[in-house]
Ligand binder design. Structure first.
Ligand code: DQA
Length: 152
């Protein structure tokens, strides 16, 4: 990273989030993943950070992306999708990454089925934002930038 490089925030989207816009829109809204990513990049420009986004339906790919972020990204925003509730591997990768982690979800997990009430990711996160639709990501990015600035 050069002296004048902006801090980078990595945004990870887990399984089925590539289907946003078509997938259960009454729960997840009509905004597509491309739409969310464009809003994140625009807000990042406004707030002075570079936003990199990545989506995968594969647990191991998410683990590898988290590993590669160590020492490269200044903060990590993650919507783990269903892996939130199942993946010790993603939890361990986040703990090893040594980065500020912010967990986000479109839906309010606590209004939904019991199996969505537990998050493995939460153990590695500074905090969790859920229930605000696409805005959860934008609020999460603002939280990430505040944390980055506090550290500098
Ligand atoms: C989700 C909530 C998860 O329970 C679900 O499996 C998802 C999306 C959300 O953003 O609301 O895929 O992470």
């Amino acid at each position: 990273m050069g002296m004048d490089a902006l801090p980078r925030v990595l945004v990870l989207h887990g399984p089925n989030l590539n289907m946003l816009g078509q997938r259960e829109p009454q729960i997840y809204g009509y905004t597509t993943l491309a739409g969310i990513n464009a809003m994140l990049v625009a807000l990042g420009q406004e707030l002075g950070v570079e936003v990199e986004t990545f989506q995968s339906n594969h647990e191991g790919e998410l683990v590898s992306k988290i590993q590669a972020a160590r020492g490269q990204a200044a903060a990590l925003l993650i919507n783990g999708g269903a892996y939130t509730h199942t993946s010790v591997a993603i939890l361990d990768a986040l703990l090893a990454a040594d980065l500020p982690v912010i967990e986000v979800h479109l839906s309010n997990l606590y209004k939904r089925e019991e199996f969505r009430h537990h998050s493995y990711i939460a153990r590695a996160a500074i905090g969790q934002i859920c229930g605000f639709g696409a805005d959860s990501y934008l609020l999460g990015l603002r939280a990430a930038v505040n944390i980055i600035h506090r550290k500098q």
